[in-house]
Write a protein that binds this ligand. Structure first.
Ligand SMILES: Nc1ncnc2c1ncn2[C@@H]1O[C@H](COP(=O)(O)OP(=O)(O)OP(=O)(O)O)[C@@H](O)[C@H]1O
Ligand SMILES: [Mg+2]
Length: 407
C-alpha cells in the first residue's frame, strides 16, 4: 500500500543489520512510505548506539544477531539512552528471543522475511508510541464532550470546539462518538461521509495516514470529520459483539491514531457509557461534561462526573463542567450550582437562539461571522484548552462497579 500524501515531519529511521543486503531491502521497503525517512545505517551494536546519539532517530529497525554486542543488548542501551523506539527483526521466531527483546524494551518483533506493509505497520505502531510522540512534541490533544442528559447541547459544543480549534492550514479532527444515535454531519452538512463502521471494516483504525485521507472535510476546511454509523445496530461492529476481532478497542485505537497525526481532536461522546464511549472518554486527555442549569440535569451531571472520577481515574485537571443554555436575564446562582456539582463551572454558556437555526441550515455560526456571546465563550475555551499542548501520563481505568459481573 503506497500513501502519497505529503508528510510534514517524517519519522527518522535507523536501520541496523550486519548484512548490507538486508539493510538495502529495508531501505527500499521504507521508500514506499513517505512517513518514514531512513537517516542512517549501522552494522553492529556499538555503531547503532553511537548512531542513535548523533542522528536521534525516532525508530530503529534492529537485527537480533549482530557481531560483538548483539541486537538485544544494543536495544536495551538505545532505549535507555536515546528514547528511540526499537523494532527487532530476526530469522529466529522463538519465543525466548521474543521475550528477551521485549524485556530489553523493543516495541515489536518481526520474523524475516516480512512484507513492506508488515514492516511499515510495525514501525507505525512503534512510532505512534505516546512517549515518543511526546518527545517529538507532536502528539495531538483529545477533548471529549459528554452530555449529562439528552439535548443539553453536547454535540453543538463539540462541533464548535472543533471548528474553533481547527484552521484550513491545520484542521482539527471531529469525531462523532455517539455511536448509536450520532448525526453531527447534519450540523456540518458534509458528504461523502466516512463512518466508524466503515473505518473498522477497512482495517484503518491503526493506520493514521489512511484515516487522514479518508476523513471528509467540513466547516470550510477547518475540520476533518469521522461520522457515527448510519444505523444504531451498526455500532456493535465498532465496540460490541460484532467486532471483526473480539475485544479489540477500535475506538481507542482510532483516537490514538488521530492523536499521532498531531491535530486537536474533539470527540462528541454522546451520553451514556457503552464500551466505545468508555474508550473515548478514557483516551481523551480532557473531558467536558455538559449540563443545563436545571436540577435534574445537574443531578445527572453529578453521576457522570462520578463515573469519570471513580471509574476512569480522571482528576480535577482533566475535567471541565459546562453549563449551557442558561438565561442571561436570569442567571443561575453560580455558587450554589458549583456546590451541587462539587466543582467549578469552567464554561458558562447562555441561551443562543441563533444556534438551532444554524443547525437546521447546516451552516455553523462561526462561519457566518456573527457576533455571539455563546460563541466567544466557546472560542476562548478552545484557545485555552488546545494551547496547553501536552497531556500528562495516561490514567488506568480503575473500576466500573456495574461491570464486575462481566456484562
Ligand atoms: N446555548 C444554546 N442556546 C440555544 N439552543 C441551543 C444551545 N445549545 C444547543 N442548543 C440547541 O439545542 C438542541 C440540542 O443540542 P445538541 O444536539 O447539541 O444536544 P445534545 O446534548 O448533543 O443532544 P443529544 O442527547 O440528542 O445528543 C439543538 O437544536 C441545538 O441547536
Ligand atoms: Mg448529541
Amino acid at each position: 500500500m503506497v500513501t502519497s500524501s505529503p508528510v510534514e515531519t517524517p519519522f527518522k529511521v535507523l536501520v541496523v543489520d550486519d548484512a548490507p543486503a538486508v539493510r538495502e531491502t529495508v531501505k527500499k521497503m521504507l521508500e514506499l512510505y513517505p512517513e518514514f525517512q531512513v537517516v542512517g545505517e549501522a552494522a553492529d551494536g556499538p555503531e547503532a548506539v553511537a548512531a542513535c546519539q548523533t542522528l536521534q532517530p525516532d525508530v530503529v529497525v534492529m537485527d537480533v544477531n549482530l557481531p560483538t554486542v548483539d541486537g538485544i543488548r544494543a536495544t536495551a542501551e538505545i532505549v535507555k539512552r536515546s528514547g528511540a523506539a526499537v523494532v527487532m527483526i530476526s530469522v529466529e521466531g522463538e519465543t525466548e528471543y521474543l521475550r528477551r527483546a521485549m524485556k530489553a524494551g523493543a516495541k515489536d518483533y518481526l520474523v524475516k522475511p516480512f512484507s513492506p506493509d508488515g514492516l511499515a505497520e510495525a514501525l507505525r505502531r512503534a512510532a505512534g508510541d505516546r512517549a515518543l510522540l511526546e518527545r517529538r512534541g507532536t502528539l495531538g490533544k483529545g477533548v471529549a464532550v459528554v452530555g449529562a442528559r439528552g439535548g443539553v447541547g453536547a454535540s453543538t459544543l463539540a462541533l464548535y470546539l472543533a471548528l474553533s480549534a481547527g484552521s484550513p492550514e491545520k484542521p482539527s479532527y471531529l469525531v462523532d462518538g455517539d455511536l448509536e444515535l450520532g448525526g453531527l454531519e447534519l450540523l456540518l452538512d458534509v458528504e461523502p461521509l466516512l463512518t466508524w463502521d466503515e473505518a473498522v471494516q477497512k482495517g484503518w483504525t491503526r493506520q493514521p495516514e489512511k484515516i487522514r485521507e479518508g476523513l471528509v472535510e467540513g466547516g470550510e476546511g477547518r475540520v476533518k470529520f469521522l461520522g457515527a454509523p448510519p444505523l444504531p445496530h451498526l455500532a456493535d461492529l465498532v465496540d460490541g459483539p460484532q467486532r471483526p476481532e473480539a475485544g479489540r478497542a477500535y475506538v481507542r485505537e482510532t483516537l490514538e491514531s488521530l492523536y499521532s497525526l498531531g491535530g486537536p481532536v474533539v470527540i462528541d461522546a454522546g451520553r451514556g457509557f457503552r464500551e466505545g464511549q468508555l474508550q473515548a472518554l478514557e483516551a481523551a486527555q480532557e473531558v467536558v461534561v455538559v449540563t443545563t442549569p436545571g436540577v435534574h440535569a445537574v443531578a445527572a451531571a453529578r453521576k457522570v462526573l462520578l463515573v469519570l472520577e471513580e471509574g476512569l481515574g480522571k482528576t480535577g485537571e482533566d475535567l471541565a463542567v459546562a453549563v449551557n443554555r442558561y438565561d442571561p436575564n436570569q442567571p443561575p446562582p453560580w455558587s450554589e450550582l458549583e456546590e451541587a456539582l462539587g466543582r467549578p463551572v469552567r464554561l458558562r454558556l447562555p441561551v443562543e437562539p441563533l444556534l438551532p437555526v444554524a443547525a437546521d441550515e447546516g451552516k455553523p455560526l462561526l462561519l457566518q461571522q456573527r457576533k455571539s456571546r455563546w460563541l466567544e465563550a466557546v472560542e476562548a475555551f478552545a484557545a485555552q484548552t488546545f494551547a496547553e499542548g501536552g497531556d500528562g501520563p495516561e490514567k488506568p481505568r480503575r473500576f466500573l462497579p456495574w461491570r464486575k459481573g462481566g456484562r
